[in-house]
Design a binder for this molecule. Structure first.
Ligand code: ZN
Length: 339
């Protein structure tokens, strides 16, 4: 990506091992993220461009001399952040705050919408999928690199547990995975806030019990009606815009919690007063998806959850620029890339 709206497919030198802790993986599936749409809409021109993409699964092609657990030929999940797996924050299960870590698809570290990608700190970063995974599971395995783990993180931060009422703000891939996560954690009522009929239908397949298509004050009123006038215990904020955050805080019941995973597009968090007077906990941030793979993988392998259903278009590398356009136009939910 060179600037907003300008995505090109180019031939670049093959990624190489630079540090002895690196690996190189051949990407078998990657995808376009809802968060890639923010630079797609706003990025200033940069001369060198930025190799995009932070979600992938693939096969390890090469490892550096100090890589111990990851081996050539391993089939791996690449979380959207790299991490050493050994620092104090990695031990706390917050790999997205790793003191040696960082994110793929930035101007410093090339991304995964590519045939191959260099993986810093391979032992800490990559998750080898031991099982012989069926081709039909690939889409769902790919979601463990970001959106499924991110939806799960929102649910954990929003304190979803059995019997709770939950609202999910946003019907993009993360919001839909948030519905899966809430259902999986035993939520009794799951309200999806969104306005696309196809996405709401999928949300209901995933376990949503109600849908609210209004916005702003009307949405708040509707959620209150659906919850005996009180609001929900848990809100998953999966958009990142001011209005979505405002709605999220306003539909939490007193003592409730908001888990925010939408990348914020404003400097301040709105809803300070209702959050204060209702004792609403507001938390969240980049999901430590590396920490969640272990927990979520068995349910994917056993087919108990099918987050891969959020992909409704598959393209080759040449189709990636149009994939961005289609996601940005809300023509599709999420685009999978098979390099
Ligand atoms: Zn670390």
């Amino acid at each position: 990506m060179y600037s907003a709206g300008d995505v090109r497919i180019e031939n670049v030198p093959d990624p190489q091992i630079i540090e002895p802790t690196d690996a190189v993986i051949r990407v078998t599936r990657a995808c376009v993220c809802g968060s890639d749409l923010w630079p797609y809409q706003k990025m200033e021109h940069i001369e060198t461009g930025r190799v995009m993409g932070h979600e992938a699964i693939g096969v390890v092609e090469d490892v550096g001399a100090d890589v111990r657990t990851i081996k050539r030929g391993d089939f791996v999940i690449m979380p959207f952040a790299f991490s050493d797996g050994t620092c104090v924050f990695c031990h706390d299960g917050l790999q997205t705050s790793c003191i040696h870590g960082g994110f793929f698809g930035t101007t410093e570290v090339a991304g995964a919408q590519a045939e191959a990608v260099r993986i810093p700190l391979a032992d800490g970063t990559l998750f080898p999928v031991g099982a012989h995974a069926d081709d039909a599971l690939m889409a769902s395995l790919l979601t463990l690199s970001d959106v499924m783990g991110t939806g799960h993180h929102a649910a954990i931060i929003a304190k979803v547990t059995a019997g709770k009422s939950v609202a999910v703000v946003g019907d993009g891939a993360v919001g839909l995975c948030g519905v899966i996560a809430a259902k999986r954690l035993g939520a009794e009522q799951i309200i999806i806030l969104g306005r696309h009929a196809d996405r709401i239908a999928l949300a209901k397949d995933f376990g949503a019990t109600d849908a609210v298509s209004e916005r702003g004050g009307a949405a708040v009123e509707r959620v209150r009606e659906l919850t005996g006038g009180y609001g929900v215990h848990s809100v998953l904020e999966c958009v990142g815009l001011e209005q979505a955050m405002n709605t999220a805080i306003s539909i939490a019941r007193p003592g409730g919690a908001v888990g925010r995973v939408g990348v914020p597009q404003e400097q301040t968090i709105p809803g300070s007063e209702p959050a204060f007077y209702n004792n609403v906990t507001v938390g969240g941030g980049p999901a430590p998806v590396r920490a969640y793979i272990e927990e979520l993988l068995p349910d994917v392998l056993e087919g108990n959850i099918e987050p891969g259903r959020v992909f409704d278009r598959t393209v080759g590398l040449d189709g990636v620029p149009d994939g961005y356009r289609a996601m940005n136009d809300r023509e599709v939910i999420k685009v999978m890339v098979t390099p």
